[in-house]
Every structure is written in C-alpha cells, then in structure tokens.
Design a protein around this ligand. Sequence first.
Ligand code: DAH
Length: 356
Amino acid sequence: MNEPDDQITTISTEALAALAAVSSIEELDERVASIVGKRSAFAAVQRTFGSLDPDERREMGARLQEARRAVENAVESRRAHLGDVQRSSMLEADRLDLGDVVVAARTWSVTAGHAGLVGTTQAELEDVFVAMGFAVAEGPEVESDWYNFEALNIPPAHPARGMWDTFYVDLGEPETVVLRTHTSPTQVHLMEAAVANDALPIHAVAPGRCYRRDTPDARHLAAFHQIEGLVVDRNITFADLAGTIETFTRAYFGPDIESRLRPAFFPFTEPSAEFEITCTICRGAGCRTCSNTGWIELGGCGMIDPAVFEAVGIDPDAWSGFAFGFGIDRCAQMRHELSDMRALVENDVRFLGQFA
Ligand code: DAH
C-alpha cells in the first residue's frame, strides 16, 4: 500500500469515528463539512494529488471518491438513525399517562359540561311545535339577497330594508350575499322545495342563527337565534295564526303569561302583527328590560303576502298561509327571567352552571 492509500484508510476510519460520536441531527449538521465536506481531511488530501503523476492521480482519485462516498452513505444512515431516536424520545415525552388522569378524577371533582341555554331552549320550542303538528326544517345562514329580501317582497333599495341592519359577505357582486338577518328566507326554501316536489301543504318550523349589525344591549345580540313558522294550506285564516300563537305561548310560558298581537308592517305578510308577551322580569309593571312598557316583543307574524307566493310559484288563489318568526334567545331570556340577554354569550360559568 502506498502512502496516499494508507492516508485514505486512516481518514475514513477517523471520519466514521467522528460520525459515531455525533449525538443529534443538529450536531451532525454542524460537523458534516468537517467529516466529509469542504473542511474534511478528504478534501485536504485531494488537494495533495496535484503532485502525483497522471495515472496515479486517476487511481488515487477514484479510491478517494469511493471512500468518501462510503462515508457519505454512513452520514445519511446516521442522520436517519438520529431522526428515529429523536422521534421516539419525543413520543415518549408526549405519552399521556392515563393513570394520572384517573387519579386526578378521583382526587378532585371534575365537572362535566352541559348543553347551553340557547340550545336547550331551541329544543324545547321544537318540542312544543312538533306536538302541535309542525315538522322541523333548517335553512342556510349565508343567503343570497334574493332569499333574504327579494323573494320576501323586499326589492333592492326598498325603505323596508332599513328594518334589518345587514352584514354582507364579500362574495360575488357587492351586497349580493348576506348573513341572513332573519329565518324568514327559510320560508322561501320550504315553499320552493314543496313546489318542486309537489309536496304542499306545508306545516313547518325552522330554527337557526341570524345576524344583524346591531349593538348588543339587554334585549339584542348581533348573532342571535330565531324560529320561523310556516303554514301553507287551503283556507288558512288569521284565526288559525292567532290560535297557533296563543297555543304556543300557553304551552311554553305557562298560563300566567299573556300574549298580544299588535298591528305591524312586514313586507312579506299582509296583514302583519307583532307578537308580544308580558315581561317576565317585572310581570308587566315596567322595567329596564322592557323599556318600561311591561311587554316584550318576541317577533312578527302575519298572512303570507300574495307577492311571496308568486315569487315561489304558488297560486295565491288556491293556497293561503301564515308565517311567524321570533327570537329564541328572547324566549330563553323571558322564560328564565334574565334581565340582560348578553349573559347568554358571556361564558361566565357561574351563570351557565345554573342551567346544567
Ligand atoms: N322576519 C321578521 C324579523 O325578523 C319577523 C317576522 C315577521 C317573521 C313576520 C315572519 C312574519 O314570518 O310573518 O323581523
């Protein structure tokens, strides 16, 4: 063996020893240049080959290349091994000892979560309406202008739009996609589906979340819940509507809460009414929550306007119907005598825990 050959063997042995001493990927990254790279003994000895004659240079060059490649392969194997070691030690560190959790559960009392008041109220309202013969439906929270307004007889730029401070969604033409401001667009979906499937009559309620650009106060939230009611059948009259509202109020709030309908205007019903109940906070005497009126408005209702029937392709001479829509959060507030509705969304466990 000539001298450079000897040197190559020594360099390889030392490089492999240095590699074996590396204990992390970070350290390997730091040291790799001095083991096989530019700062390594391989690079240094290669620079001395310039003085060899051409044949010898070629031969030694090939040997050096081979030895260097072997060390490079060893570097990659070492890297893979160190990666495995690092991963398994991380897994070990993350391992969850369920024994500890069980001990904790025995040592301290762990409180289980429970359904929120709004969800429970929605379920109770659905129960009341199901018992009265209504089906439960659902509509989307993001609507086109057509469903939220136009099909409900509220054309673009109509002053009635001011009744709903609208959040627009940044989609399509400006101000064409909205977060629904009420559950009334579900009426349009229900009627369209019934027409498409030849499935009239309709007796349905549709609960869900709605959004308005309102400043929250004792009686309002910007994200709130409504339940919409829709009946489309033959010979439906205002008496059917009033009877439904009255039956619901007694079933849900009990016999000592009075309801009343007051004439109102909604573009999608004619005639329309506002549906109010005795304020449960002051029992009618007047307080901050009811703005000293003794009454709380739950929502609106009325006989479906023929223009709405026409928008969805229902013959207003053959069918008639009524609709109503009111606040679920408002019902929860009145049922549980909450002076301020904002408590429903403040996530104070002292409040929420009362309704477990
Ligand atoms: N959508 C109305 C609102 O949120 C309430 C309403 C009024 C719903 C009359 C109805 C209705 O179905 O007939 O202000």
